[in-house]
Design a protein around this ligand. Sequence first.
Ligand SMILES: Nc1ncnc2c1ncn2[C@@H]1O[C@H](COP(=O)(O)OP(=O)(O)OP(=O)(O)O)[C@@H](O)[C@H]1O
Ligand SMILES: [Mg+2]
Length: 425
Amino acid sequence: MSSHQEEANNKVPVTFSKALSREVVIDCVIETIMRMMLLSAGATAGQLMLSESGRLRVLARAESKPDIAVAFGAAIQGAPFVSTITQAVARSGHAVTLDTAAEAAQMFASPEPCNPLPSSVFCLPLLIKHRLVAVLYLENDHTEKAFPADKRAPIELLASQMALAIENACLSQILHDEDRQRYVTERQSSDLQFELTQASRITAIGELVSSIIHEMSQPLSAIDASSGAALRWLQRDAPDVDEATVSLEKVRTCTVRAKAIIDRLRELNRQSQIPFKSFDINAAVREVILVSRARIDKLGVNIAYEDASVEHPVFGNRVQVQQVIENLIANALEAMADTTDRARVIQISSAHSDSGVVISVSDSGPGIAPGWEDSVFRPFTTTKPQAMGMGLSICKRIVEAHGGTMWIEKIDPHGLRFSFTLEAT
Ligand SMILES: Nc1ncnc2c1ncn2[C@@H]1O[C@H](COP(=O)(O)OP(=O)(O)OP(=O)(O)O)[C@@H](O)[C@H]1O
Ligand SMILES: [Mg+2]
């Protein structure tokens, strides 16, 4: 592998994870997954299938020739072979790796003439809590053993995040389609533009929840206005029952609509239960450092991880906790980008305390302005021109969903320390 390719691969999980966590439009999610997966795996083609009522539907194919092109709703050539592999992966719930065309032929074993079989295949299920959401198929048509374990591992690590992103985007699409008409008629175009931009950025369930709460205000104000109108029609000297009935019909329509929004929210919440189990926080931190390594090295940051060799079992969702650590490292790196008069250092530690295990990420950057300690955890709070200001609010919500707390401390004379607790097991 060239060093250029190696560097690209190192960057992919972090960039990808970040990009994916901010996408909610289904086509953008699909495109992000296909591009990043082809790039990080060095695949020549790929296909993404959605699991719908036990069947697989093709979402898109991607080919690198040499620029990556994504075609929505189209299958790659050699469809019978791809279909055999993806069905097998969907049925078993386990990934399949084929290292040669001969292995592919053995697995395919079709009496029908077919296109030349690929030299390497990696096909994996995208699951949420053992439930199949989608299947990702990658192939390389000219290199054998193109998907060794070190290329597969980061992709497998991201599988559940991809599944969540696809599912959230599908739900969001339904929500968005249904509400689009109402938005168009009821809002000024500048408001609409703002809302659509916001909606397309809303990712995590919490943000989706906020947008649903926001939507609730529409039917509620309509109910307010229509019921007021009905009362006025009825309180006239000559009450107009017909007009009052029309207003009350509007009240009923809006009530049904508000109830539907609540039902969807309940369904969304039910589907997004994240599995918690015991895992070693130190191993999880080491993995995040590994995927952040290219950015750490690029900035010449010295990263120290205390207690790295000791096992600290904690209870929670490994991927979400890794998301928190990744965000804190990203913030520390961004904060130290302009630090030139002292060493750029990130220090991570994990230690037992009365409240469980405390994980801390410190840096030697400029710190924050006095009075900002609480604000940084609020959504859309940022000092960076291109950023959303969502990272820390998402982190805090994840930690609190784990029953933990998150806090911030200034380090004298320079830097900031973010700490959070997790339940020890
Ligand atoms: N380690 C740090 N040192 C100094 N300031 C920080 C640090 N971490 C966060 N901040 C401040 O807190 C703000 C909010 O951080 P947060 O991660 O929520 O958003 P962001 O990094 O600006 O954007 P995003 O994470 O959405 O890309 C940052 O813009 C920055 O001003
Ligand atoms: Mg951030």
